[in-house]
Design a protein around this ligand. Structure first.
Ligand code: HEC
Ligand code: HEC
Length: 340
């Protein structure tokens, strides 16, 4: 049994009740999701990505199969790039569960059929490589492999292959895309979030949010702190975090929390410190203002924590990455093109 699985068993069996509730909720959810998917098929694009077994059985060129397998390996064990392109404790699959193919866990194949497109976050047209580079720069607190490098080719091949059979530039919304947030009944509460986190999440992610690593092997990722994503990552927005949690956590029990609990916990987690945003200008208020309209108006970056007066993101700690700057952040593009 891998360390990872051993820990899940420990975590889940620590309370017989948790196992019972977890499994029956899981079964009920699987059924509800099947029904939901069937309904969605009427007016949304529902796509079932191929599996690694399908890859082996396919007629694709053996060289291409090798590259897709490598892309899969990088996606699910991104820690092999640690110290070169990755400077935190994450794998791509820490947030994109089920190898990047699970609905409501930001499946990654939609990027392959909707890009190139304009992206609000960086205000220009991005291709698939640049979208992947974005998750390296922010979610992995790293710096992306060069466009066209073996790593980038393998990762983009994996994304495109997952999209096999889905139409390019679809004219319907994509079922299960992103991390859709539940409704927010009341303003989120830090105190309620903290209590709910300690009750439902700390068993795996630790009370201090540092996650769990054992003998250099990844077990549970860190929702905050130096081992986590930086302040510029999509999941640093409270709504995105609430959606992630509601749809995916506790692990194996999707949609078992109430919407209010998911928002409260998201507010609590995103009120903790994490590595600095690579777009940092040297001043948190200035950075928050500059990237407010396109990003930080939905995060708590630059805001003052009520209970202790701490200003979030007011530091020059870039985590393990130190002063390495991701080369694609703030890169000007297409300035030579005319408006017409
Ligand atoms: C800390 C969490 C996290 C990690 C780790 C992470 N991502 Fe993401 N990723 C996100 C979020 C959040 C989004 C945006 C989801 C949304 O709201 O649409 C996203 C979106 C994407 C998309 C676009 C999906 C779409 O619907 O268009 C791709 C492609 C992607 N990520 C690839 C990667 C790759 C490759 C890695 C590893 C190098 C990675 N991500 C690591 C959180 C993460
Ligand atoms: C049984 C163990 C377990 C429990 C309980 C659990 N998680 Fe997770 N969580 C994981 C694992 C494992 C991953 C990474 C997914 C993977 O590798 O398949 C993860 C990923 C995450 C991530 C994305 C990566 C990161 O670290 O930022 C967040 C955020 C998160 N969990 C929050 C929560 C919250 C909030 C709760 C409680 C409501 C919770 N988790 C409960 C095991 C757990």
């Amino acid at each position: 049994m891998s360390t990872y699985h051993r820990y899940i068993v420990i975590a889940l069996s620590s309370s017989a009740l948790a196992v019972g509730t977890g499994l029956s909720l899981y079964a009920a959810n699987a059924f509800a999701q099947q029904e939901e998917r069937a309904d969605a098929a009427l007016n949304q694009l529902v796509h079932e990505p191929p599996t690694m077994e399908d890859l082996e059985a396919s007629d694709l060129h053996p060289e291409l199969k090798k590259v897709i397998r490598y892309g899969y390996d990088l996606f699910t064990n991104t820690q092999q790039l640690r110290g070169e392109y990755v400077f935190n404790d994450m794998n791509c699959s820490s947030c994109h569960l089920g190898e990047g193919r699970v609905p409501f866990s930001a499946p990654v194949w939609p990027a392959a059929i909707t890009l190139p497109d304009f992206r609000g976050k960086n205000q220009h047209v991005n291709n698939l490589e640049e979208r992947i580079a974005g998750c390296f720069a922010y979610s992995m607190n790293g710096t992306p492999p060069e466009y066209g490098s073996d790593e980038m080719l393998a990762l983009s091949a994996y994304h495109q292959w997952l999209a096999t059979g889905a139409p390019m530039y679809p004219d319907k919304p994509i079922y299960g895309r992103g991390f859709p947030a539940p409704e927010q009944p009341e303003t989120p509460s830090y105190a309620r979030g903290e209590a709910a986190y300690q009750e439902n999440c700390a068993i795996c992610h630790q009370e201090d949010g540092s996650g769990h690593y054992e003998n250099g092997e990844y077990v549970f990722p860190a929702p905050w702190g130096d081992g986590s994503n930086n302040w510029g990552a999509g999941i640093a927005r409270v709504e995105t975090m609430a959606g992630f949690i509601y749809q995916n956590m506790p692990l194996g029990q999707p949609r078992s929390l109430t919407g209010q609990q998911a928002w409260d916990i998201a507010y609590y987690i995103n009120s903790q410190e994490r590595p600095q945003d690579p777009r940092y200008t040297g001043d948190v208020a200035e950075t928050a203002e500059r990237f407010g309209p396109t990003f930080h108006n939905r995060s708590l970056y630059g805001q003052t924590r009520e209970h202790d007066g701490h200003v979030l993101g007011d530091h020059a700690n870039f985590g393990e990455k130190g002063d390495i700057q991701p080369w694609n952040v703030g890169m000007p593009r297409f300035e030579n093109l005319s408006e017409e």
